[in-house]
Unconditional design. Structure first.
Length: 332
């Protein structure tokens, strides 16, 4: 009961034998109804009011621009499961061609080489896409081409296809601009995005941003003077509530630290009498530290147990216990 969020997250990663854990996080629905990340440095009891009623979701938190930077096969597999879930829930909009190609790679990883009757039966039983019934033939067409690919090779190709999609790694947050127009805000490795629907209408790179802040339910982006000469010094967006605004601000703080800083930011000493502003900061290794550690360590990848459907191929028989990595399609 006295543990900070870091304790629960570390236990989760230990259970999975996960080395590159900083790419992931535990998400849950707050009492205010917002999806938020479990904060590592804050006691769990201060974040979760009714622990028995809360479901924590282990999810990808930081999407690197190039998944080729992921060194461990397990990390790539977990990213693949995240893409699979996002496709099934309609959170990764893409063309029919891209969607069919992604599902065909999932089939290659889960079932092995193409077998028409088995593929058709499997697609009837499992839903990978909201509009899957219209794409079955395209999925089968692409699956024929993947003969001989191992599950690990299928994961690598799937992530390479996914990273080129317009909405890869983007989690939209509803807001409105100064004129009251409904838009979405999102944060990525390169900065803060403004979207109308699924279309990017503005990008504020980290190099352009002087400060990010929030005041009640207003999210503020302050630009550097040389940038603001072309537009307003401070851009203001309105979100549904203060809690939603603060949650998005925290995500921005963490994204900036993970992708832009060379090392984990140090904690600031607390003021004796009073303090102004939030003391929230990112906790964990940055992407640069992860990459440097990977280069220096040169360790062999840890073996892991891949969750599969019953496979027709002896060399791909799964050694996993059913509860190690839950199959996403069954949850959906």
């Amino acid at each position: 009961q006295k543990s900070c969020g870091k304790g629960l997250f570390s236990l989760t990663c230990s259970h999975l034998n996960l080395v590159e854990k900083e790419y992931f996080g535990l998400e849950f629905r707050s009492q205010a109804g917002n999806q938020v990340w479990l904060e590592p440095l804050k006691p769990i009891t201060k974040q979760v009011k009714n622990p028995k009623e809360v479901l924590f979701k282990f999810m990808v938190k930081f999407f690197p621009v190039d998944p080729g930077h992921l060194r461990e096969e397990l990390t790539r597999y977990l990213f693949t499961l995240q893409i699979k879930k996002d496709l099934a829930l309609g959170r990764l909009p893409c063309s029919d061609k891209s969607a069919a190609l992604l599902v065909s790679l999932l089939l290659q990883s889960e079932l092995g080489d193409f077998h028409e009757e088995t593929d058709q039966q499997h697609l009837v039983m499992h839903r990978y896409l909201p509009n899957q019934e219209y794409l079955d033939n395209k999925i089968l067409h692409y699956h024929r081409r993947h003969g001989g690919k191992t599950p690990a090779e299928s994961d690598v190709q799937l992530l390479d296809v996914a990273r080129k999609l317009e909405m890869y790694g983007i989690r939209p947050h509803p807001a409105s601009d100064g004129e009251g127009t409904q838009i979405n805000l999102a944060v990525t490795h390169m900065g803060v995005l403004v979207l109308r629907g699924n279309t990017k209408i503005n990008t504020f790179n980290w190099s352009k941003i002087r400060k990010l802040s929030f005041k009640r339910k207003h999210f503020l982006i302050k630009l550097h003077p040389n940038i603001s000469a072309l537009c307003k010094d401070t851009l203001e967006f309105t979100m549904a509530s203060r809690d939603a605004c603060k949650a998005f601000w925290k995500t921005c703080v963490e994204y900036h630290a993970f992708f832009r800083l060379s090392e984990e930011p140090k904690s600031k000493p607390k003021a004796l009498l009073c303090s102004k502003g939030s003391s929230f900061r990112y906790s964990g290794r940055t992407q640069r530290q992860l990459l440097e550690h990977g280069r220096k360590a040169k360790m062999k990848s840890l073996p892991f147990e891949r969750k599969h459907y019953a496979s027709r191929y002896d060399e791909r028989q799964c050694r996993s216990s059913p509860d190690l990595l839950t199959d996403v399609s069954k949850q959906v």
